[in-house]
Design a protein around this ligand. Sequence first.
Ligand code: PBG
Length: 328
Amino acid sequence: MGYPLNRMRRTRLTPAIRALLGSSTYRPQNLILPMFVREGAESPKEIPSMPGVFQHSLTSFIQYAERAQSFGIQAIAIFGVPMHKDARGSEASNPNGITQVAIRVLKDRFGDSLLAIPDLCLDEFSDHGHCGILGQNGEVDNDKTLDRYREIAISLANSGADIVAPSGMMDGQVGAIRQVLDDEGYTDCGILAYSAKYASCLYGPFRDAVEVSIQGGGDRKSYQQDIFRDKREALLEAKLDVDEGADFVMVKPAGTNLDVIAHLRENIDVPICAYQVSGEYSMIAAASAKGWLDRNSLIKESLHSIFRSGADMAITYFALEIAEELYG
Ligand code: PBG
């Protein structure tokens, strides 16, 4: 993390001395590039609320992954956007669904040199836009959802996923997924658990990206965490996930929850991943497009604060942009 420079009494603080004392807190290898892959797309399509980020075709997905890898990135978070959506999110566990196909082409091309980390959730695949299966009264049914998550986990692992990332915040999701993966022989498929995921307005642009709108204008407050609650709740969730078998825990959004990252860092041992989400991307992109703030400085400042607060890795839509600068 770097030696405190103000303790250097005499040595002149040249750039070489700063570098020697470790002023950089992250490398491209610590960054995970999230990518959207759209079923049936023939060319990449820019997401209006995320200029510079695309819904990819399979071809452009691989080209981008190739570029990312050439600049030192070693992990891709995959979000499939299916053509067909229904109440149970059937496409999420289809062996030939868009996410499964994307994982297979990525693994065929890159093998172990690029990690495939698919989202494990239902919102991208369901016609109602919720992360789970709905019960009679229109509420998310936790246990029916776990049954679907088990099916999705198997299908993603079977396609070659290195790590699955359950993002739905259902109770018991990590334990259910760990057990079914082990039962089916996928004992080395890891779990990146969205442990502290706040019901934030900062996911708005993501919903454009995966073409989701929540039926009836609802929200996710019944299963995501309340932003205004104490951070002890986040620690409790993360500890439960670790007990259930999580290999990594996630805090999301990153920039508005640096205190939570630091709190988890001090209290649990597994690696902590921070997600700099779509809305954080859009704020930086918009303000810099207007010429109000400097894009590059802002990206670096935001990422440094995330790593300085204790994250071991970060998912960020800026991953490739910043890797291009850092690499070499
Ligand atoms: C759920 C999921 C979401 C994000 C990642 N996984 C949306 C949500 O929970 O509402 C948001 C990521 C972002 O905003 O960049 N499948």
